[in-house]
Design a protein around this ligand. Structure first.
Ligand code: HEM
Length: 496
């Protein structure tokens, strides 16, 4: 079904070519892996370089535009029609969609000098030079400096904080309360990351930051076509004003926290303290400026709460649609926990809990696409990508590929039984990415996700409100387009 189709030919003109084709000439001359050139220097005879198959001409333009409307469907159709490596060219821009675990591994695990992360422009404007948006030596240095703050043991210590926040939230809910579960999960995970990163525990601040963060995220639409994104930004002045206002509010809060912490005499064991204490090896002074700390803190808050909240929202939705799975999960929670709140050490005894969360992130990966750019010509299989190409890898696509997940749209946590997992290629599932840009918070995300599922799932069961429309909205994360209104039903059978 996803087998590759016929390759296109890239026609390369010689010296009299139009400006945008000149780049290709240079590329083909430097490209030892392209088809042998038959070009005679100084003439306008054309030669051919093999390109992967993909839409051409008008159909490429139409596809680019429709990708803005319904990217998930369009990506699926591209892969079905053209195979594992799809090429699309619009002017001088080359886009590739790559959809095979072996290729995905090669791209994700390539050194950063060969494959750089490409991020939407809006994200850079919000996050500055945090880990998500920075590149090269700067990124490597910061990732090394931040890694100790995410050490496994430290993350485990955050377990009780996470469960306390869950308990606080579930105590606010009455039996049969109608809730927007997406909103509740966003607030919960924000409260958790604020607590574990900054030791902030003021309800009004959580609300203030949640509102600012939400406004910002809604505005950074994950457009895969920067040309259109830039254009829209130029004309949509109102949108820019709202974005700047929300970002300024967000910054005011974070800088205030940095100032307060620098002035405080009692160091905390959290991310902010770790960042403030990082010293320059030569001078012994603080290695990170306030601006650098702000960028990393905002990156962690955005990357950490949005993603985890949506993974949980989709998990509650899937459970509400699959009563047998839900029953099995409840049985596990009740027998292992017997009504008490979970601790991190319980997670090993709750394998089904983990299988459910894994399967939910397969069907609804919070990060549904990642993009890379190759500074130099780069070869994959028989093809060579010109420098500066955009290469897209989609978790949503590969994780629903029937070659690796039979009956792919079915929610089936049994796919995550240990012997089933070992039969699949590693990169048929990559919700947390891989290689040098692998998610820094993966360990923390699992602990938050599993503890929230266990501590809320032991007390409440959710059902969709009648006529709730469910549709996907692929922004920076994969969101439910119309929210997720659900009824929270108290589980009286549970001992909890
Ligand atoms: C379910 C939750 C999460 C998911 C699905 C997720 C997913 C991802 C993915 C796919 C990437 C790599 C993007 C790429 O390759 O271009 C990434 C990077 C990152 N994530 Fe997460 N993430 C989650 C939670 C978290 C949490 C809790 C944190 C908190 C610190 C975090 C911090 C980061 C950072 C800092 C990066 C950038 C790493 C780098 O570029 O070196 N994430 N995440």
């Amino acid at each position: 079904m996803f087998a590759g189709r016929q390759a296109n030919s890239r026609h390369v003109m010689t010296s009299k070519a139009l400006p945008w084709t000149r780049r290709l000439i240079k590329f083909s001359e430097r490209n030892p892996k392209g088809l042998p050139s038959t070009t005679v220097p100084g003439t306008s005879v054309s030669s051919t370089v093999a390109d992967p198959p993909g839409p051409t001409g008008l159909s490429a333009i139409i596809l680019c535009l429709s990708r803005q409307r319904d990217p998930l469907r369009e990506l699926g159709e591209l892969a079905r029609k053209y195979g594992d490596i799809v090429h699309m060219q619009l002017g001088s821009r080359h886009d590739y969609l790559v959809n095979h675990p072996d290729h995905i591994k090669k791209i994700l695990c390539a050194p950063q000098s060969e494959m750089a992360r490409s991020t939407p422009p809006g994200l850079k404007r919000l996050l500055g030079s945090g880990l998500l948006t920075s590149q090269g030596d700067y990124h490597r240095r910061h990732k090394r400096l931040l890694a100790p703050a995410f050490h496994r043991e430290l993350v485990r210590q955050w377990g009780s904080t996470i469960v306390t926040e869950c308990e606080r939230l579930r105590d606010c809910w009455q039996d049969r309360t109608e809730l927007d579960v997406e909103y509740e999960m966003l607030r919960l995970t924000l409260a958790i990351v604020l607590k574990v990163f900054l030791r902030v525990d003021l309800k009004e601040r959580t609300d203030e930051i949640a509102t600012a963060a939400n406004t910002l995220i809604q505005m950074i639409h994950c457009r895969t076509l920067p040309v259109i994104d830039d254009l829209l930004d130029k004309v949509a002045l109102g949108r820019i004003r709202r974005f700047k206002h929300a970002r300024d509010r967000f910054d005011t809060i974070v800088y205030r926290m940095i100032r307060e912490r620098r002035a405080s005499s009692s160091p905390e064991h959290d991310l902010l303290s770790a960042l403030l204490q990082v010293q320059d090896e030569e001078t012994g002074s603080s290695a990170l400026t306030d601006q650098e700390i702000r960028d990393e803190v905002v990156t962690m808050l955005i990357a950490g709460h949005e993603t985890t909240a949506h993974a949980l929202t989709w998990t509650w939705f899937l459970l509400s649609q699959h009563p047998q799975v839900e029953l099995k999960l409840h049985a596990e929670l009740d027998s292992v926990l017997n009504g008490r709140l979970p601790v991190v050490d319980d997670l090993e005894s709750l394998p089904y809990n983990r299988m459910v969360f894994s399967e939910a992130m397969r069907l609804y990966p919070p990060v549904w696409i990642v993009a890379r750019r190759n500074p130099n010509a780069w070869s994959l299989g028989n093809y060579t990508f010109p420098p500066g190409s955009f290469i897209f890898l989609s978790q949503y696509l590969i994780q629903r590929d029937p070659r690796f997940f039979p009956d792919p749209d079915r929610f089936d946590p049994e796919r995550w039984a240990p012997n089933a997992v070992t039969q699949r290629p590693r990169y048929s599932y990559f919700p947390f990415g891989g290689g040098p840009r692998q998610c820094l918070g993966e360990g923390l995300a699992w602990i938050i996700g599993l503890l929230v599922l266990a501590s809320i799932g032991q007390r409440f069961q959710f059902s969709l409100v009648p006529r709730q429309q469910i549709a996907l909205e692929p922004l920076i994360t994969l969101r439910p387009k119309y929210g997720m209104r659900m009824i929270a039903n108290r589980r009286f059978h549970s001992a909890g």
